[in-house]
Design a protein. Structure first.
Length: 477
């Protein structure tokens, strides 16, 4: 395998939307999904003479992100103009930060399949405003421009060239998303464009110490595609180098349908942004109080929470990973346990039915923790089977109520009553004389068939723990 001689090196630049109500430099709403060009004003339209004012909440959230990512937050940073021409950029420049960013020197640990726990360095975190959006599918043969996003506050988070595989890049992004969601910095919703990734990738011969020439892959809008796009680009680079060629430093676009990457048209590629300090804004100075307040606003982060769930409840690391994936889910799990459920079954229900239901209802965990704990208790006590409990759960999620009452109303409470059991067993044996004869002739594995028939006849109400025993008694007497 030729690829085995090469090492992959990846660094990521991630833009996340800071979850403020208004834009970075004006009072317009930053909400997603409004009618095109309705959330705009002279500032974010770039009209001459309009002056920006800084949104303090955006800066607070960026500070919080920087602290959650263990960065050094600079008390003083500087806004800079990044100049380029594009139809969705009415001012002709974006206000960003360049030589003096808000924060530097952080890190984020993630778990690598190959290398275990790895800490990616966060080289820098700076604030900037988003551009508008070009819409290519609204009008025939024309491009429309929506400036609702123009001026929406972003944090850009840049890692060192620290990832050694596309899988690691993806694992880091998942960890980043978790931290930022926990900290309440961003919803990191890829579909709404509130998390976007530019991925830089190069390859070098194993053992080489210098980095190879990198390309930058853009246009990646899902974590699965990050992994795919980087895999495809790595293979392309290796093929070029093995054929004796050289890698050209350029921007590549990922084409999902073709599962291929192509160079971006060079016209759009000019990297000369002519940065200079933004003359309309003073340097950004962070008050001491903000640092303390934002540090205090950061809850227990996912990595710490995972360790605690493993230590305190004896959860398998894998379960702890799933339960901590979204803020709120771990709290829910802990509330179910606090209401009396054993940790492992509680985790199974949270990871299974509860999350499946939440995924279909905007993330809402619709069954109250105490109710789920009561349902789990019914299973433990033998009153309902796990299968039946899942049906009860569905009703509880839709309509609420008491698990016992719902199970009874659905006729799902198991009957341990021996009279009823005996009747079902007799009915089944009478209905299947041929199988009874075969069983008596030595085909004892038919027991499972009879158990199934009894469960069916009883509509699931027979206690499955009692049925085999009773059948055996009848068949072998
Ligand atoms: P540029 O000036 O082209 O933007 P930077 O030095 O700012 O390059 O790095 C941008 C991103 O690319 C960072 O995440 C960095 O870690 C990553 N990077 C830099 N050099 C390489 C390389 N040779 N291979 C892979 N990633 C790289
Ligand atoms: Zn505006
Ligand atoms: Mg750069």
């Amino acid at each position: 395998m030729a690829g085995a001689m090469w090492e992959t090196v990846i660094g990521l630049e991630t833009h996340v939307q800071l979850q403020t109500r208004s834009k970075m430099f004006c009072g317009c709403s930053s909400a997603f999904g409004a009618r095109p060009n309705t959330n705009v004003c002279p500032v974010c339209l770039g009209l001459p003479g309009a002056l920006p004012t800084v949104n303090g909440q955006a800066i607070r959230l960026a500070v919080r992100a920087a602290l959650a990512l263990e960065c050094r937050v600079h008390r003083r940073s500087v806004f800079a103009r990044k100049n380029y021409f594009y139809p969705d950029l009415p001012k002709g420049y974006q206000i960003s930060q360049y030589e003096e960013p808000l924060a530097t020197d952080g890190g984020l640990t993630f778990s690598s399949a190959d290398r275990g726990t790895v800490r990616a360095t966060i080289v820098r975190l700076h604030v900037e405003e988003d551009a508008g959006k070009s819409l290519h599918d609204r009008m025939p043969r024309a491009t429309a421009v929506d400036l609702n996003r123009s001026g929406v506050p972003l944090a850009e988070i840049v890692t060192g060239p620290d990832f050694r595989s596309p899988q690691e890049a993806r694992a880091y992004l998942l960890a980043l998303k978790e931290v930022l969601q926990y900290a309440g910095v961003s919803d990191c919703d890829l579909e709404k464009g509130s998390l976007r990734v530019d991925a830089n990738v190069s390859v070098r011969r194993i053992g080489a110490t210098e980095l190879g020439t990198k390309t930058e892959v853009k246009n990646i809008n899902s974590f699965a595609f990050v992994e795919k796009a980087l895999g495809v680009e790595r293979e392309r680079q290796i093929a070029v180098l093995e054929a004796g060629g050289t890698i050209e430093q350029q921007t590549m676009l990922f084409d999902v349908k073709a599962n291929a990457v192509r160079p971006q048209r060079t016209k759009e590629e000019s990297k000369d942004y002519r940065y200079f300090p933004e003359p309309d804004l003073p340097p950004l100075v962070i008050p001491d109080a903000w640092l303390d307040q934002e540090r205090a606003a950061i809850p227990e982060l996912p990595a710490a929470k995972r360790e605690r769930l493993v230590a305190r409840y004896g959860l398998p690391a894998q379960d702890a990973g799933v339960v901590t994936q979204a803020p709120g889910v771990a709290d829910y799990f802990e509330a179910v346990v606090a209401a009396g459920a054993d940790p492992k079954p509680a985790a199974n229900w949270v990871m299974g039915e509860a999350l499946a239901d939440a995924n279909q209802h905007d993330g809402a965990l619709r069954v109250a923790p105490a109710t789920l704990a009561a349902l789990i208790a019914l299973i433990k006590g033998g009153a309902v089977s796990t299968q039946a409990a899942k049906r009860v759960f569905t009703v509880l999620a839709e309509r609420g109520g008491d698990p016992q009452a719902v199970a009874e109303s659905l006729g799902l409470v198991q009957v341990a009553d021996t009279d009823a059991l005996a009747r079902w067993v007799n009915d089944v044996l009478a209905a299947h004389p041929a199988e009874v004869a075969r069983y008596k002739g030595g085909e004892v594995k038919l027991l499972a068939f009879f158990v199934g028939q009894v469960m069916k006849t009883s509509k699931g109400k027979a206690d499955p723990k009692l049925v085999p025993e009773l059948l055996r008694q009848r068949l072998e007497s």
